[in-house]
Design a protein around this ligand. Structure first.
Ligand SMILES: *[C@@H]1O[C@H](CO)[C@@H](O)[C@H](O)[C@H]1NC(C)=O
Ligand SMILES: *[C@@H]1O[C@H](CO)[C@@H](O)[C@H](O)[C@H]1NC(C)=O
Ligand SMILES: *[C@@H]1O[C@H](CO)[C@@H](O)[C@H](O)[C@H]1NC(C)=O
Ligand SMILES: *[C@@H]1O[C@H](CO)[C@@H](O)[C@H](O)[C@H]1NC(C)=O
Ligand SMILES: *[C@@H]1O[C@H](CO)[C@@H](O)[C@H](O)[C@H]1NC(C)=O
Ligand SMILES: *[C@@H]1O[C@H](CO)[C@@H](O)[C@H](O)[C@H]1NC(C)=O
Ligand SMILES: *[C@@H]1O[C@H](CO)[C@@H](O)[C@H](O)[C@H]1NC(C)=O
Ligand SMILES: *[C@@H]1O[C@H](CO)[C@@H](O)[C@H](O)[C@H]1NC(C)=O
Ligand SMILES: *[C@@H]1O[C@H](CO)[C@@H](O)[C@H](O)[C@H]1NC(C)=O
Ligand SMILES: *[C@@H]1O[C@H](CO)[C@@H](O)[C@H](O)[C@H]1NC(C)=O
Ligand SMILES: *[C@@H]1O[C@H](CO)[C@@H](O)[C@H](O)[C@H]1NC(C)=O
Ligand SMILES: *[C@@H]1O[C@H](CO)[C@@H](O)[C@H](O)[C@H]1NC(C)=O
Length: 644
């Protein structure tokens, strides 16, 4: 029964699991026929070969091969499958047993073998050339092991092999051109090895090939044009190699192709304008990180099954004239950093064609030259949209007021544009937002109170705008905030205590270069995880609260250019992580604490322009004249050094 399944089984995509499925079916069959096997005598060749294989297994923590002993017929040994009539070994399934050791050349003596899976173990050493004698072999899965050396040329003698999976090993050297003779081969997976050299032109003779995955190797040179004759090819994955030159036009004629992944190579040239017509079944087109040029083919509009289009990090010519409206399943459109956009007012017209793409989840158009305004239709994009990245363009105008319609948004990234107007209050409806980045625009008005509705927010960048008014105390509801950047705005009033209650803040709190006034609240002591605190260039007054001594993770403390008075807080003595402290241009008085000399990683200390007095300590950071500035105080400099 097992054999019949094997012979008639036709695998469909994705085929990676195909081999495992076959093994499972065959294994079940073998369990049923095991009794018959004991009655039928044994074949010594297979018996000895299996014992040799066992002898090379040095580590067997699950005691799989302990059943490989003389009290059972070898057809009953775990992982061994025999044919029903002739009682020869036809299958060896030892996958995922944590086995280590090498593969014995004796495997070449199991001449009836049809399927071998040693997948997901720690087998080392080379593939024995003797495997080339297994002319009945249909499937060989050696993926996820520690195998090394070259792929043996002799595997090309396994003329019946359909599945050859060598992924995630340490194979080196060239792909043997002789493998082109495997006319039955359906799947070739060599992902994540260290293979070098070119893809042999002879691979164009693998006429049954449906799945070719060579991702993450060091293959170089052009893709041979002969690959374009693999009419059955469904999936072609060549990403993360050193392939170059033009992608042969013949590949775009492979009408069965559903996935073509070619990212992270050095491909040049343009995409054929007819691409969307000649690849009618294409679902994934991934060309990121190459040097492709020319315009994005309009015919992409005709590839109606397209799900992922990734053209990022290329050098395309500026216009995007594709009507995406017909691509109902488009879920990821990645166009960042690809030379697009002319700065023209109509640059973003294509966004309106995306409103019918109801499956759209990710839209990246950042770091291009797109001009014009964000069309209001952006608010009508799919409610499934999670990532909207438009930062690093020339986009002007307002953020559309109805942006709050995009209720699945997780990331809203618009930094470094020319956006004006205020931040729409509707942003408070985007309850799933985790990252909001509006820095380096010309946004004005107040920060909407509704920002406090974003309870999942982890990073908020609003710096380098002209926001005004108070910092909303509702920010205190964003209890997962790791980073808050409001620097270089026109914010006024006192800093709400609620902000200092955000003990989640760990990366940075930057409120510098505003017009914030009032004291630094006692609650600052809640920021126990905070690494960077920057409130420099404001109008803070009062004393530095001693609770600052609770901020045990502080590495960078910038309070310079304020009107803070009182003494340098003694409570800071227990803090040990400081690398840089700048308290210059305040009204601090009293002496410079000696304990500052014992801060081992402190590299810069600026206390200049205060009213400090007394002796300057001589230890630690004070030993390095250029690291310390105390000028314009009334300090006595004990060591003969010139400060600041
Ligand atoms: C095992 O099979 C081989 C090949 O069919 C044959 O030459 C040999 O005689 C068999 N040995 C036994 C012990 O059955
Ligand atoms: C042989 O294998 C069987 C089945 O796993 C096991 O019960 C038996 O203890 C083994 N015998 C020896 C001598 O290891
Ligand atoms: C590999 O084997 C381990 C157990 O040995 C298992 O947990 C893991 O899921 C397997 N991985 C794959 C990809 O089969
Ligand atoms: C294969 O079998 C032959 C004949 O039984 C034997 O001489 C040879 O040593 C075996 N090869 C290996 C690698 O075990
Ligand atoms: C590899 O194939 C060659 C050519 O068929 C053959 O002469 C040689 O014996 C094979 N090597 C092994 C180890 O089987
Ligand atoms: C490939 O080779 C490099 C060095 O040549 C090595 O660092 C890397 O681990 C190798 N990768 C694999 C998958 O063997
Ligand atoms: C493909 O196979 C044909 C016929 O077997 C052979 O003549 C040709 O050389 C092969 N092509 C390559 C590139 O190996
Ligand atoms: C692609 O197919 C078309 C139509 O069948 C044919 O005219 C063209 O020459 C083919 N192009 C390549 C590069 O194979
Ligand atoms: C390709 O798509 C465009 C725009 O949607 C459409 O006008 C044209 O008819 C389509 N062509 C074919 C051959 O389907
Ligand atoms: C879109 O995807 C769905 C679900 O996978 C599928 O049923 C449908 O046929 C696809 N539509 C197109 C145009 O490919
Ligand atoms: C958002 O916050 C505002 C002000 O804090 C509140 O009035 C409103 O009900 C909230 N809206 C939603 C949709 O949660
Ligand atoms: C900042 O605010 C002050 C007073 O509210 C105002 O005079 C000034 O023009 C504002 N600056 C900018 C750049 O809007």
């Amino acid at each position: 029964m097992g054999l019949r399944i094997l012979q008639s089984f036709v695998c469909s995509v994705p085929m990676l699991w195909c081999l495992s499925m076959l093994l499972l079916l065959l294994y079940t069959a073998s369990q049923r026929t095991a009794l018959a096997a004991t009655r039928l005598g044994e074949n010594e060749t297979d018996h000895f070969a299996l014992l040799s294989i066992k002898a090379q297994i040095t580590h067997d923590p699950m005691l799989i091969t302990s059943s490989w002993n003389d009290s059972l017929h070898f057809c009953q040994w775990k992982g061994v499958l025999c044919g029903r009539r002739h009682r020869r070994v036809i299958g060896l399934n030892l996958q995922s047993y944590n086995l280590a050791g090498s593969i014995s050349p004796a495997i070449g003596n199991l001449s009836f073998l049809r399927i071998v899976s040693l997948m997901n173990n720690s087998f080392q050493g080379e593939i024995p050339h003797e495997m080339g004698r297994l002319f009945r072999l249909r499937g060989l899965d050696l993926g996820i092991n520690l195998l090394e050396g070259k792929i043996p040329v002799n595997l090309s003698h396994c003329s019946n092999v359909r599945f050859l999976d060598l992924r995630q090993n340490k194979f080196i050297g060239n792909l043997p051109k002789e493998l082109g003779a495997l006319s039955q081969l359906v799947l070739l997976n060599i992902v994540s090895n260290n293979l070098t050299g070119v893809i042999p032109a002879s691979f164009g003779n693998l006429s049954s090939l449906e799945f070719l995955s060579a991702r993450e190797n060091k293959l170089e040179g052009n893709i041979p044009g002969s690959i374009g004759s693999l009419k059955s090819l469904i999936i072609l994955r060549l990403s993360k190699n050193e392939l170059s030159g033009m992608i042969p036009l013949s590949i775009y004629n492979l009408s069965s192709l559903t996935s073509f992944w070619a990212s992270f190579n050095q491909f040049q040239g343009s995409l054929p304008q007819t691409l969307g017509l000649t690849l009618p079944k294409i679902r994934n087109l991934v060309f990121s990180k190459n040097q492709l040029s020319g315009s994005i083919p309009r015919s992409i509009a005709n590839a109606s099954r397209l799900e992922i289009l990734d053209l990022q990090h290329n050098k395309f010519s500026p216009g995007v004239a594709v009507d995406f409206g017909n691509l109902k399943n488009l879920s990821k459109l990645f166009l960042s950093t690809s030379g697009l956009g002319t700065g023209d007012v109509n640059d973003l017209n294509f966004i309106s064609t995306l409103v019918n793409c109801s499956e759209l989840v990710e839209l990246y158009i950042g770091n291009n030259g797109f001009g014009g305004v964000l069309p209001n239709s952006i608010a009508n994009l799919s409610t499934q949209l999670q990532h909207l990245i438009v930062g690093g363009n020339q986009i002007s105008g307002n953020i559309p007021a109805d942006i709050g319609n995009l209720v699945s948004l997780n990331t809203l990234h618009m930094i470094n544009n020319k956006l004006t107007g205020s931040i729409p209050a509707s942003i408070g409806k985007l309850h799933k937002l985790q990252l909001v980045a509006f820095s380096r625009n010309k946004l004005s008005g107040e920060i909407p109170l509704s920002i406090g509705n974003l309870t999942l927010l982890t990073k908020l960048w609003l710096g380098e705008n002209i926001l005004q008014g108070n910092i909303p105390s509702s920010l205190g509801n964003c209890k997962g905030l790791l980073l808050l950047n409001l620097r270089t705005n026109n914010l006024t009033g006192s800093i709400p205590r609620e902000v200092f209650g955000l003990s989640s803040l760990s990366i940075s709190l930057d409120l510098s270069q505003n017009s914030l006034s009032g004291p630094l609240p006692l609650e600052v002591g809640n920021l126990r995880n905070l690494g960077i605190l920057n409130i420099s260039h404001n109008k803070l007054s009062g004393e530095i609260p001693s609770s600052l001594g609770n901020c045990i993770s502080l590495q960078y403390l910038y309070l310079h250019n304020n009107s803070l008075g009182g003494a340098f807080p003694q409570s800071l003595e227990s803090l040990r992580a400081f690398e840089d402290i700048d308290l210059a241009h305040n009204n601090l008085s009293g002496v410079i604490p000696k304990f500052l000399g014992s801060f081992r990683v402190l590299r810069n200390l600026n206390l200049s322009f205060n009213d400090l007095e007394g002796e300057v300590p001589v230890h630690g950071v004070f030993k390095n004249a250029s690291a310390v500035s105390v000028s314009r105080n009334t300090c006595i400099q004990v060591a003969k050094m010139s400060f600041g």
